[in-house]
Write a protein that binds this ligand. Structure first.
Ligand code: HCA
Ligand code: CU
Length: 389
């Protein structure tokens, strides 16, 4: 069964301007737990004491999910992470010679020694700890280096190897640049050494392909997929959690793994506390995700919503809705009158036409009409005009 790691609290906080205080982090973790997320990556405790405090609180909250911390490949940082009482530790370090030379002035051999030393230390401190090693920027690093580091890491005690597409470089149809190629090659090479760690993927969205890439990796037999709420993260972020879950629901065998009815509330909560708005057309959770507008569409969905919906909004605890504006037809006006409790006016053809024309006039100003809050006043105004004329 595929496992989901949510990194809203770690990668998500690498969105400029985003910071979730400990009590908000705990509430987000509780939401994720209710949804059925397997691993919650709660932050890097070496960044700030308050982050360490938040991770500790989440780790002590009795959640079903495994609680993880992120750490640089340093014993001191690992020590801080373990003090938080975590189940899962993610250690990352590059194995690309170019990066190693430019940033750390060391070679591959020294890098692998460091990785082995830190993983060995973590394993000695906590026997039941799940340890993940990520060769940062895996997919742009020489494959032979990645394989050598992965073998050494697993032999030193890592349970999971993560393939990080740190810069959103992979793409499904370009030879040797697909994430499935990396998943398959790494699995094969490790199996040759009788090593069978879990394989994870972390896909950034720089090319807008993060979701396509994780589905490609799913097909290649990956075990753990990283995502975040709203896809929050560095630059263009990573895979969007809601989009990932709905697409996996179509392909996994056990459809009841996740409680999707919590997603909308979680997204609104994260949007509020990150101060980043959800675009109206965001799949599943955007304001317009299940809103029908143009006349032809509204006519059809009035008979059967499935004519213009391939997803059932009820699964997400959402109801479909109607928008009024330039594209609307008479049916939309009648449905909107019904919605605001003025069903008795539907038979008044002249009035319906007047309201319809008024809506078009307002729409020309480029503003959207709020059915609940604005339509009642528009209706009253048209009734008065009808009496006068
Ligand atoms: C980072 C880099 C990272 C690490 C992923 C991991 C990436 O911002 O620290 O440790 O598995 O994209 O490579 O997020
Ligand atoms: Cu990342």
């Amino acid at each position: 069964m595929i496992q989901i790691l949510d990194s809203t609290l770690r990668e998500g906080e690498q969105t400029p301007g985003v910071y979730f205080p400990p009590e908000i982090k705990l509430a987000i973790a509780q939401f994720l737990d209710r949804i059925g997320i397997d691993i919650i990556e709660a932050g890097n405790p070496a960044v700030d004491r308050e982050i360490a405090l938040a991770i500790t609180r989440i780790a002590n909250a009795g959640l079903k999910a495994k609680i993880g911390a992120h750490s640089l490949c340093r014993k001191d940082d690992v020590k801080k992470a373990l003090e938080c009482g975590i189940d899962f530790l993610g250690i990352f370090f590059s194995v690309s010679e170019k990066r190693l030379q430019q940033d750390y002035d060391i070679g591959l051999e020294q890098a692998i020694e460091k990785i082995v030393e830190v993983i060995t230390y973590a394993r000695e401190q906590q026997e039941n700890l799940l340890i993940r090693y990520t060769p940062e920027d895996t997919v742009r690093s020489p494959m032979e280096n990645v394989i050598a580091a992965a073998i050494a890491a697993v032999e030193a005690g890592a349970n999971i190897i993560s393939i990080a597409d740190t810069t959103g470089y992979t793409t499904p149809f370009v030879q040797n640049r697909s994430i499935s190629h990396y998943v398959k090659t790494l699995k094969e090479e490790l199996a040759k050494q009788q090593l069978y760690p879990q394989i994870e993927i972390h896909c950034h969205n720089d090319r807008g392909l993060a979701l396509a890439n994780v589905l490609d990796a799913y097909n290649a037999g990956v075990h753990i997929i990283d995502a975040s709420v709203m896809g929050l993260g560095e630059r263009s972020g990573i895979v969007d959690l809601a989009e990932l879950l709905i697409n996996l629901t179509d392909i996994v065998e056990d459809k009841s793994s996740w409680d999707l009815s919590q997603l909308k509330e979680l997204y609104d909560f994260v949007s509020e506390h990150s101060h980043i708005s959800i675009s109206p057309h965001h799949p599943l959770v955007g304001k317009n995700a299940f809103t029908h507008y143009a006349g032809v569409h509204v006519n059809a969905v009035a008979k059967d919503e499935r004519l213009y919906q391939s997803l059932n909004p009820e699964v997400l605890g959402i109801k479909s809705s109607l928008a009024l504006g330039m594209q609307s037809g008479y049916i939309a006006v009648k449905l909107a009158l019904k919605q605001i409790g003025r069903e008795e006016l539907i038979e008044n053809q002249d009035l319906v036409i007047k309201i319809f024309q008024e809506i078009k006039q307002i729409a020309k100003r480029g503003t959207q009409i709020d059915i609940e809050n604005e339509l009642p006043a528009i209706v009253e105004c048209c009734i008065v005009k009808q009496i006068i004329t």
